[in-house]
Design a protein around this ligand. Structure first.
Ligand SMILES: [Ca+2]
Ligand SMILES: [Ca+2]
Ligand SMILES: [Ca+2]
Ligand SMILES: [Ca+2]
Length: 454
C-alpha cells in the first residue's frame, strides 16, 4: 500500500463553525489546504476509479456536520486535467492538499506513479488540481526533475510552508529521492526553487511527513526511508528542518530493523506530526507495521526547540494497552492524530489491521492513545473492534477494521471523531469528554475514510 500524504492541521472546532467569507478577491491563503471551494469547511478527496483503469479522485465537499452527500469524480479524462486515462496510471492513489497558488482556495496535488512518459514506463507524474469557488477543476502538471523509467514520481507527497514566507510548498518522492518545490506554483507550471534531499545511496525515501517540530513557525519535514543491505533491512526517519533560506539535514532515527536477509518491501510506514504533550513542539508518530515479524510498533519522536529529541516506542505490550503483540498483527498499519476528548492534548489512533479476534483472522481493531503532559502512552488507552459493545457490524475474518484510521472533528463539537474503514464497511465513532464513544456511531459516512487527508 502506498502511503497517504500527511499534513498537520491544527484545527480548532470553533473555527470549523465559522465559515470564511468567500475568498474571491482577498488572495489570502486558504485557511485549510483541503478547503477546495473556499467555504470554510474542509473537503474530502479519496482514491477513486476511472473508465480505463487509470484511477481517479472522488471529491466530496464538507458541511458544518461533516461530508456532504454528493461525490464528484475527477480523472485524467476530465476536462482541463492533463494526461490521459490509461490503465495502471494510479492517478489519485497519493494526494496532498494546500493552497499552492495562494488564491484562497485549497488545491490538491495528485500523483500518478504509473504514468508513462518520454523517459519510459512508470516515470510517474504529479498534477495540481486547482480549487475555485466551485471546487476542484482544471489541473497543471508539475515539472519532473528526475525523469526516468520506473522512477514513480509522486510515490508520496507532503505540503507545508518550509521556508516560512507564507507560501505553501510541495515535497515529493521521485526515485527514492525527495524534492521540495517552493511555492507559489502557478497554473502555467512555474515553481520556485526546487531542493533535492538525498541522504545516501543506501537510503531510499518511501514516505513524507510534514509538520512543525522545533517551534520556529516553519514547517519541517520527516522523510521515511528504507535502508536495505545484503544482510539486513531497516527503516529510518530523517528530520529536515525548515528554514528561511535553506532546508537543513537533522537527526536520523532508526524506526525498526530486521537482521538476516531483509524483506524488499516498503518498511517505514504511515506517520503524523502533532503535539501530544502540549509543550508547543510537534511530535512525530510513525507506525511501522513490519516491525518484528509484522507485530508492528509505533515510534514517537518528541519535538523540542532543537528538533526531534527523545523517542519512545509503543506496542500492544506497553502498559495499559489492550491485546498482545502477535506476528502479522500489523500494529501501526495506520495512525492519525486529533484531540478526541477536548483536553488540548492531541491523541493518536493506531490501526491494527490484521489483529485476530475470537479466532477470526485479520478482523482488525483500533487503539486510541491519549496525549498528556508526560506524552503518549498506553495508560488510559481505548480499544475498539467489531465485538466491542456498541460498535456496529459483526466480527468477521478478513474485515481488516482499522486498516485506515483518521481522527477529525467533523461535527464541530471540539472533539475529534474516529473514522475507521473495514472490508465490511466503515464507521465513525464520536469523540467526547471521556474519549471515543460508541453512542451515535454512524455507518453512513458519505465518504471513503481515505478522503480525509491528514
Ligand atoms: Ca470546503
Ligand atoms: Ca489555490
Ligand atoms: Ca510536543
Ligand atoms: Ca486529548
Amino acid at each position: 500500500m502506498r502511503k497517504r500524504s500527511l499534513l498537520l492541521a491544527a484545527v480548532t472546532a470553533s473555527a470549523l463553525l465559522t465559515p470564511l467569507a468567500a475568498a474571491t478577491a482577498s488572495a489570502a491563503p486558504a485557511k485549510y489546504g483541503d478547503d477546495f471551494n473556499g467555504d470554510g469547511y474542509r473537503d474530502y478527496a479519496a482514491t477513486s476509479w476511472s473508465a480505463k483503469g487509470g484511477g481517479g479522485v472522488g471529491v466530496v465537499y464538507g458541511t458544518p456536520t461533516g461530508p456532504g452527500t454528493t461525490e464528484r469524480r475527477i480523472t485524467q479524462a476530465s476536462p482541463g486535467v492533463p494526461g490521459a486515462d490509461e490503465a495502471d496510471d494510479m492517478f489519485g492513489e497519493v494526494r496532498a492538499a494546500a493552497d499552492l497558488d495562494g488564491d484562497g482556495y485549497g488545491d490538491l496535488a495528485v500523483s500518478a506513479t504509473g504514468e508513462n512518459g518520454s523517459a519510459g514506463a512508470d516515470q510517474g507524474s504529479v498534477t495540481i488540481l486547482w480549487g475555485s469557488a466551485t471546487g476542484l477543476s482544471t489541473g497543471t502538471t508539475l515539472p519532473n526533475k528526475a525523469p526516468g523509467s520506473h522512477n514513480g514520481m509522486g510515490e508520496d507527497l507532503a505540503t507545508g510552508d518550509f521556508n516560512g514566507d507564507g507560501k505553501q510548498d510541495l515535497a515529493l518522492v521521485n526515485r527514492g529521492v525527495t524534492y521540495v518545490y517552493r511555492g507559489p506554483i502557478t497554473r502555467s507550471g512555474k515553481t520556485g526553487t526546487v531542493t533535492k534531499l538525498d541522504k545516501t545511496s543506501a537510503f531510499d525515501a518511501t514516505a513524507l511527513i510534514s509538520g512543525k517540530v522545533n517551534g520556529d513557525g516553519r514547517t519541517d519535514l520527516v522523510i521515511i526511508g528504507n535502508v536495505i543491505t545484503s544482510s539486513s533491512a531497516a527503516s529510518d526517519a530523517w528530520f529536515i528542518k525548515g528554514g528561511s533560506s535553506s532546508l537543513t539535514s537533522g537527526r536520523t532515527l532508526r524506526l525498526e530493523s530486521q537482521s538476516g536477509e531483509g524483506e524488499f518491501i516498503e518498511r517505514g510506514g504511515d506517520g503524523v506530526i502533532a503535539d501530544f504533550d502540549k509543550d508547543g513542539y510537534g511530535d512525530i508518530a510513525v507506525g511501522t507495521s513490519v516491525h518484528s515479524k509484522h507485530k508492528g510498533r509505533v515510534t514517537v519522536w518528541y519535538g523540542s526547540s532543537s528538533g526531534p529529541a527523545d523517542d519512545t516506542r509503543i506496542t500492544q505490550s506497553s502498559s495499559g494497552m489492550a491485546g498482545t503483540p502477535e506476528n502479522y498483527d500489523q500494529f501501526g498499519s495506520s495512525v492519525s492524530a486529533g484531540d478526541v476528548n477536548g483536553d488540548g492534548y492531541q491523541d493518536l489512533a493506531v490501526g491494527v489491521r490484521d489483529e485476530a479476534i475470537d479466532g477470526k483472522d485479520n478482523a482488525g481493531g483500533v487503539h486510541i492513545l491519549k496525549g498528556r503532559a508526560s506524552g503518549l502512552s498506553g495508560s488510559g488507552s481505548q480499544w475498539f473492534a467489531r465485538n466491542t459493545a456498541g460498535v456496529p457490524g459483526a466480527l468477521n475474518a478478513h474485515d481488516r477494521f482499522g486498516g485506515l484510521v483518521r481522527l477529525r472533528d467533523t461535527d464541530g463539537d471540539g472533539k475529534a471523531d474516529l473514522y475507521a474503514n473495514g472490508g465490511y464497511g466503515s464507521l465513525r465513532l464520536r469523540g467526547s469528554a471521556t474519549g471515543i464513544v460508541t453512542s451515535g456511531a454512524s455507518e453512513n459516512l458519505g465518504v471513503d475514510v481515505d478522503g480525509l487527508l491528514q
